[in-house]
Ligand binder design. Structure first.
Ligand code: FAD
Length: 425
């Protein structure tokens, strides 16, 4: 019997646990170690931050669904990996032996890299549901006393879709409340142009998103870094294409949501030699396996992926749900094959199909493959995107609650977009 330990139980870790259990069967043991006892559907966080969803709508307890699938659940942070001994040390001192370790820890949100950034400082976040709940409290106060709103990202972010989504959702919510005329809005981003998204653009995402921002009276500053945030002011530097500061902006801080820089989680602070890159992201080969520690696999936002192209400021490549699901599939098949004494061969397909909500309409981005040059690349707007996103939310949460190991993104999104190849089998 082999023991597979999955660390993290979110968009990557929970489907990973269900799928590996289904793939390997009952003669092998699967354990999930998570520092939170709930699953939360991260893509719905922007809705929580304006009160269109409650935390309860998008969250459920992990233990029951996992137990029903005969998956052991340990609610505790993983603290240290003793890779030579094949052991995972937990924060409470317990030591777990593993045959395979699958790391799905996501990123550490490095608010500390910018003075005053984050919920402990003077900006809001939608990266976790807890942050989004807090942002909603601030949002309600802001709507009672409207002022200048700032949305966007700082250098080191590798996830731009939610920043655009939130700007457009805020705009919609303010219009619903009939106070949009009292809220000047500025979008700030380290991207070299609007719609770059860490992907070098997707179809004509530049024109499309510029047009959306323009039509909604949302000003923008690209090539932007933030040097400091106070309760009153955001200090923003605008850079040229060589990275030199060409202008300094001081934006009033009445309400702001900025995506923070990402880095590896604390578990990797003293990582075994060869496991992570200098920023703490797990390095993996084309099989999603670490090259040094071959019984350690990793997936999701916590893995190292090089930027698509060089940019004046640090703009990371996003890892979206469809890609993450494809990594789950690859890891399942590779561990199954290794246990059967075969060579591993399954590679994740890095495609992006992303639905960005805009309140009552939305934009779909399709990039196949994610890294240019691409076979398929387009961005399109329509009410159907909003409806598809709402339907997908329900579908995904229901599947996760039911312990369903089917590839949800493939079944739903790929079908809707008429894309056929996700798995290589
Ligand atoms: C607001 C937002 C909206 C997004 N919307 C979309 C979207 O619409 N479509 C899309 O395709 N992608 C979207 N993404 C991108 C991506 O799909 C999500 O970020 C996704 O949740 C990443 O999944 P993950 O499992 O890699 O990491 P995470 O979701 O960050 O999960 C990691 C989990 O590991 C846990 N963990 C961390 N360290 C430890 C430890 N030491 N021990 C135990 N547990 C640990 C964490 O608490 C967390 O629960 C969005 C991202 C954000 C932030």
């Amino acid at each position: 019997m082999a023991r597979v330990i999955v660390v993290g139980a979110s968009t990557g870790g929970l489907p990973m646990a269900y799928d590996i259990k289904k793939t390997l069967g009952s003669e092998h043991q699967v354990t999930v170690v998570s520092n939170t006892d709930t699953f939360s559907f991260v893509p719905s966080n922007p809705w929580v931050a304006v009160g269109w969803r409650t935390a309860e709508d998008i969250t459920f307890q992990l233990e029951g669904p996992l137990r029903r699938k005969e998956i052991e659940f340990i609610h505790c942070a993983a603290a240290h990996i003793k890779a030579e001994q094949n052991q995972l040390v937990l924060a409470d001192g317990r030591v777990l032996n593993y045959d395979y370790l699958v790391l799905a820890t996501g990123p550490k949100l490095a608010f500390d890299e910018v003075e005053g950034l984050g919920p402990d400082g003077f900006t809001e976040s939608i990266c976790t549901t807890g942050h989004a709940m807090r942002a909603y409290e601030k949002w309600q106060h802001f709507c009672e006393n409207p002022g200048h709103a700032v949305v966007g990202a700082v250098p080191g972010v590798s996830c731009f879709g939610p920043a655009y989504e939130f700007a457009l959702i805020m705009d919609k919510d303010l219009r619903k409340r009939k106070i949009r005329d009292r809220v000047p809005m500025t979008f700030i981003t380290p991207e070299p142009y609007i719609g770059h998204m860490g992907l070098g653009g997707v179809g004509d995402s530049k024109t499309l998103l510029e047009s959306e921002l323009r039509q909604r009276h949302i000003n923008w500053i690209t090539n932007a870094s933030v040097s400091k945030v106070t309760a009153e002011t955001l200090y923003v530097h605008e850079h040229d294409m060589q990275g030199n500061v060409i202008k300094e902006h001081e934006l009033p801080n009445n309400f702001s949501m900025l995506m923070p820089p990402f880095k590896g989680v604390d578990l990797f602070k003293e990582a075994p030699e060869g496991l992570t890159n200098p920023r703490g992201f797990v390095t993996v080969d084309k099989y999603n396996r670490n090259a040094t520690w071959k019984n350690i696999y990793a997936l999701g936002v916590g893995i190292a992926i090089p930027p698509v192209e060089s940019t004046p400021l640090a703009v990371g490549t996003p890892k979206t749900g469809l890609m993450i699901e494809s990594m789950v599939t690859a890891i399942c098949h590779n561990i199954r094959d290794e246990l059967a004494g075969k060579e591993i061969s399954e590679e994740a397909t890095w495609n992006t199909v992303c639905l960005a909500d805009m309140g009552d309409t939305g934009v779909a981005f399709v990039a196949l493959p994610q890294i240019p040059p691409r076979n398929v690349t387009w961005a399109r707007k329509g009410k159907w995107v909003h409806l598809a996103k709402v339907a997908f939310e329900k579908y995904f949460i229901r599947n996760m609650k039911n312990g369903n190991a089917e590839p949800v993104y493939q079944k739903y999104i790929m079908k809707a977009f008429g894309i056929t190849r996700l798995r290589s089998d």
